[in-house]
Design a protein around this ligand. Sequence first.
Ligand code: RIB
Length: 310
Amino acid sequence: MSKSDVLVLGSINMDISLKVNQLPRIGETILSEGVDYQLGGKGSNQAVAAYKISQGTDFIACVGEDSFGQTAIRQLGQVGLPTDTIMMLKGAHTGMATVLKIQGDNSIVVANGANKVANEQTRQAIDQKLPGKRVLLTQLETNFSDLEYALRKAKGLKVINILNPAPYHPIVNDLLPYVDIVTPNETEFENIIGRKLTTREEFKAAMVDWVQQNDTQLILTKGSEGSLTVIEGQVHMFPAINVDVVDTTGAGDTFNGILASLVARGEGLEKAIRFATVGASLSTEGYGPQAAMPGLDQIIERLESPQEKS
Ligand code: RIB
């Protein structure tokens, strides 16, 4: 198996994280006890999570020619990720996210900046890095024409395409024909099918219907409950584990990164989802999206612990 088996095409943001007790109302100013600058962005979070499992992971992204961009490249390099295809674009700012952290959950506003700028260097990087990969992992925080270019090319090369449709955009319906595995959360799934679902049974029925009509594997992530998929017309549930939650930012990204790595290693889908679900839970035990992303050993250790086996 190739050492370098996952390619992540995605965003880099500097997360400006503020702890608050409530969300501000319109016209209101509220106080936070402090501010943390944490490397984030769905692409960078997913690339780090994948790298922790598969050291061969490559990452294509864009930042601005500014200090946040330099910080991002330095920090990702320190993790070990190759940074040769992180482009610094003139005239654009590095993506930024304001993350309001509230009681273990969060609300996020993103200014995409360089992440959304179409550029020839990104396409050259896709042409250079994609051949030989097993899996391409993408989300919707990047430039859509470059994203479509990558998915089309990957499909032609028989690379497995995983799309995390976040943040939701209707473009997802145009991209689905190239996608092998799609990983929405509940709201994103409701947006994809165009209707609201309330009960657990409604979700399950809608998942089965959707899978019958689409040639794409569906994995629904449900935060602290775990994740669901449809296998041979039946919905299978993969429960999350009990953890001491500090911060849920990036838990979904951790899920996607681990899933991509395990699929690339040729593991069966059920095992990949089980490990990704446990890994996502473990990632919430640290403060910041990338602080507590686990390696394979930590996931196995937790799965083999008496509390999970009982
Ligand atoms: O999924 C979490 C991420 O969403 C944050 O790191 C933030 O940058 C936004 O992209």
